[in-house]
Design a protein around this ligand. Structure first.
Ligand code: ZN
Length: 283
């Protein structure tokens, strides 16, 4: 993944600017992207972690552009996305929009939207229209936002540049993730703006590639399990993710569990006392 400079305002298009928060890491890549959308009335998408310097950079960008921050939208409530919403609301009086946090691990329990948003909700202003697409999979309360004027999709963590999104059950759901990707295939999208990484062109190729990548991995899970015989998650991770560096295996284990739960629902595998095996119905 390429490096994105922290704290600097990058103009991406007539309606979109980006500031990357200084929170790089294994799960966040170069850091969380905060997008600033609009002309002189801005919507901030994913305010990011509640770091003083990041909130100050957002406020300075608005001041420099003579714009006022009117809305704060959160794609979901993981800790690298929504915690700055409160500080930004206090500083600007902006309206916070998003889906309330779920009772799941890694959520920002302090996120309290002024309006709970769902599929189809939209913001129509003089300069722009942002429409909500509910995309569960990475998180049950995950939303993407579609900027009509530029056919740009803010993907949050549903699609990242340069790395595979972690699907961590129970909130993460592989079947839902694939369905959400297929849903995006029906939308007019010219570019993707991920919360981690650079803008991405040729979105439909990328989305189809992501679906195929997951289905291939699913096949590898099935064939790995058939080969290994009944085994636990750790043993199967090493086998199924032999193409992924071992330091990432603890993370990959979450996605493996998500694959297994989908395959279980499909009737292809089963689990007993933590031991997974292929389902006899297959043979
Ligand atoms: Zn996330």
């Amino acid at each position: 993944m390429s490096t994105l400079e922290h704290g600097k305002t990058i103009v991406l298009s007539p309606l979109v600017r980006r500031i990357t928060a200084p929170n790089p890491g294994i799960m966040t890549g170069p850091g969380t992207n905060t997008y600033l959308v609009g002309g002189d009335q801005w919507a901030v998408i994913d305010p990011g972690p509640n770091l003083e310097s990041h909130v100050a950079a957002i406020l300075e960008a608005a001041a420099a552009a003579h714009a006022s921050i009117r809305w704060i939208l959160c794609t979901h409530t993981h800790l690298d996305h929504s915690p700055a919403a409160g500080a930004l609301r206090d500083a600007t009086g902006a309206l916070v929009l998003g889906m309330p946090p779920l009772a799941a691990q890694g959520q920002d329990p302090g996120f309290a939207p002024d309006q709970a948003w769902q599929e189809g909700d939209y913001l129509r202003e003089a300069d722009f229209t942002l429409r909500t697409v509910h995309t569960p999979g990475h998180a049950g309360n995950h939303l993407c936002f579609h900027l009509e004027q530029e056919q740009l999709l803010f993907t949050g963590d549903h699609i990242m540049e340069g790395s595979t999104v972690v699907i961590a059950p129970p909130d993460g759901d592989m079947q839902a993730y694939l369905s959400s990707l297929r849903r995006l295939q029906t939308l007019p999208i010219r570019r993707l703006a991920p919360a981690h990484g650079n803008l991405m062109e040729q979105p439909q190729d990328i989305i189809e590639g992501l679906i195929q990548h997951r289905l291939l991995r699913e096949q590898k899970v099935l064939s790995g399990l058939a080969q290994a015989g009944p085994c636990d998650l750790a043993a199967l991770t090493a086998q199924v993710y032999d193409d992924v560096p071992s330091f990432l295996h603890p993370v990959a284990r979450h996605s493996l569990l998500a694959h297994l739960l989908k395959l279980d629902a499909d009737g292809l595998v089963r689990q007993q006392n933590g031991v997974w095996s292929t389902s006899p119905q297959r043979h």
